[in-house]
Design a protein around this ligand. Structure first.
Ligand SMILES: Cc1cc2nc3c(=O)[nH]c(=O)nc-3n(C[C@H](O)[C@H](O)[C@H](O)COP(=O)(O)OP(=O)(O)OC[C@H]3O[C@@H](n4cnc5c(N)ncnc54)[C@H](O)[C@@H]3O)c2cc1C
Length: 294
């Protein structure tokens, strides 16, 4: 079983979802990592044309791409050019009787559908598709995949948009998100301070991004980003189904809400019924002490 992974870089670093795709590819068969050479993500079109040519020649059984905005774009174009099966945004993937069988969320996470298609296939995979070590992602060229070396070839595509110095939301192991309960952008320091102590990425509900309190790229949910961190902390977010669609696969969920009936508290591992304006500064301070001690 010959598997190619199209690895994506952001600001020179391999994306975590690409590393997970490599881990998955290694589990499924012989993995080759390809990195698409291009300075601009805009070249998904040119990239798809070049990759389709290589794929026809190299004949992999499966091509995995991280389901980032750029990755989804590239994967769909590539599958269309090749006329292969295309399975998008898959949370699980296995090969059965010569078919790619995948599980994907539909209808804002209400339904988990099992979909399948004959090989060869192009599959875009979501963060969480496989476990990778928590060590800092290696630089391009240093990814170790089996089999060692032979035919390892790099084609790279890079997303140029930057979200500043914080960990990108889609790859963060810890996310701190704020909702309308924060009352206004002037109170975001509470979210940022907590995120700083934890080295977390910032997230937000759509109520917040629609109100312009925070940039759209921080929105978590059905029409925002899907995140699967080890820890997701939600401050003043009610837990609408569209928000849950983007974060309910997080390993540990902490929700702070003054309303004991808030939906997010029902799925939280740690449900804190409290006024966030009292709880969050005290919590951040305590965490700061713990971090300083360690
Ligand atoms: C097609 C569609 C797509 C959507 N996509 C998304 C999406 O991708 N992501 C998303 O998030 N939403 C999405 N939404 C919107 C979603 O339905 C909700 O409206 C939104 O998530 C609500 O945001 P919120 O929880 O911040 O606000 P609210 O629902 O207003 O909740 C605020 C919460 O803060 C609590 N609170 C208030 N004050 C305090 C305090 N002092 N201390 C503690 N808690 C407090 C309240 O009890 C309440 O639970 C979508 C909607 C539609 C129709």
């Amino acid at each position: 079983m010959k598997v190619w992974v199209i690895a994506e870089l952001k600001e020179g670093e391999l994306r975590r979802v690409s590393l997970e795709a490599v881990a998955k590819a290694t589990e499924l068969g012989d993995a080759d990592v390809l990195e698409l050479h291009s300075d601009e993500r805009a070249s998904a079109l040119a990239g798809a044309t070049a990759l389709a040519e290589r794929a026809r020649a190299g004949a992999p059984d499966l091509i995995l791409v991280g389901a980032t905005p750029a990755g989804r774009d590239l994967a769909a174009r590539l599958a269309a050019k090749l006329g292969w099966t295309y399975l998008s945004e898959c949370a699980e993937l296995r090969i059965e009787d010569g078919q790619a069988v995948a599980v994907r969320s539909m209808y804002a996470g209400k339904v988990r559908a099992t979909v399948s298609g004959t090989l060869p296939a192009v599959v875009s995979v979501r963060a969480g598709i496989a476990q990778v070590a928590d060590a800092a992602p290696p630089r391009p060229g240093s990814v170790q995949v089996a089999p060692s070396g032979e035919g390892l070839e790099f084609v790279r595509f890079e997303e140029t948009k930057t979200t500043g110095t914080r960990v990108p939301l889609g790859e963060a192991r810890v996310v701190v998100s704020g909702g309308r309960g924060l009352k206004g952008p002037e109170n975001w320091k509470l979210v940022q301070d907590l995120a700083d102590v934890l080295g977390a990425a910032l997230g937000a509900s759509r109520a917040v991004t629609d109100a312009g309190w925070r940039p759209n790229e921080e929105q978590v949910g059905q029409t925002g980003k899907t995140v699967t961190p080890d820890l997701y902390i939600a401050l003043g977010i009610s837990g609408a189904i569209q928000h849950l669609a983007g974060m309910s696969s997080s390993k540990v969920i902490v929700a702070v809400n003054k309303d004991p009936d808030a939906d997010l508290l029902k799925i939280a591992d740690y449900a804190v019924v409290a006024d966030l304006f009292e709880f969050v500064p005290a919590f951040t301070e305590e965490l700061r002490k713990v971090v300083a001690r360690d």
